[in-house]
Design a protein around this ligand. Structure first.
Ligand code: AMP
Length: 198
């Protein structure tokens, strides 16, 4: 409360949370309000699946099983996306990193680009609510990885491989927690408030 100069807004951001937490919806809204690109690895993979590219064919087999696409593939894809011009003054990564190997790769990519993360937004939700949200989305959007068996597997994979990342970023003092169980508009406001803190 002593600082009179306003801190620069955090613009190099991650949004983290289990499948169905609302990361994608919130990432688009937040990125728009900050005029930075929302970069969703899931969306990039889905675009490649739809375009039947070589990457898409590879990614689809993993996605449909609820497993992660191999780190090497994912890391290269994000490295090239973050090197694009529109990510120079900020970005909001949604769905990446998801493994400790990806954390290291992202550190390396950002170091190469001469930058670093400002904050990690953690969307906290209840598992039961998330499963019904995802079943609903599967019906509405026809996502082939939103079947009940795949959803359960994706939640397991998140708990095993992605939840540990939160500790890593916590130790760096970057994590800002937000309740993801409120309405979409309320969550957006909470995320903006979380970014304005400090
Ligand atoms: P999402 O839309 O973020 O839930 O991602 C959908 C699916 O894409 C995931 O279940 C994974 O199969 C794949 N995927 C997305 N991001 C990653 C990532 N960072 N690492 C590995 N696989 C990913």
């Amino acid at each position: 409360m002593t600082s009179s100069s306003s801190a620069p807004t955090a613009r190099r951001l991650l949004i983290v949370g289990p499948p169905g937490a609302g990361k994608g919806t919130q990432a688009v809204r937040l990125a728009e309000s900050l005029s930075i690109p929302a970069i969703s690895t899931g969306d990039i993979f889905r675009a490649n699946v739809a375009g039947e590219t070589e990457l898409g064919v590879l990614a689809k087999s993993y996605m449909d099983a609820g497993e992660y696409v191999p780190d090497s593939v994912t890391n290269d894809m994000v490295r090239s996306r973050l090197s694009e011009d529109d990510a120079k003054d900020g970005f909001l990564l949604d769905g990446y990193p998801r493994t400790l190997d990806q954390v290291e790769a992202l550190d390396g990519t950002l170091a190469e680009l001469g930058t670093a993360l400002d904050a990690v937004l953690l969307l906290q939700v209840e598992t039961d609510a998330v499963v019904s949200r995802l079943v609903e989305r599967g019906r509405a959007e026809g996502r082939s990885d939103d079947t009940e068996a795949t959803i359960r597997r994706r939640l397991e994979v998140y708990a095993e491989q992605t939840a540990p990342l939160i500790d890593v970023y916590e130790n760096r003092g970057l994590v800002r927690r937000v309740d993801g169980m409120a309405t979409i508009d309320e969550v957006t406001v909470s995320l903006q408030e979380a970014l304005a803190e400090r």
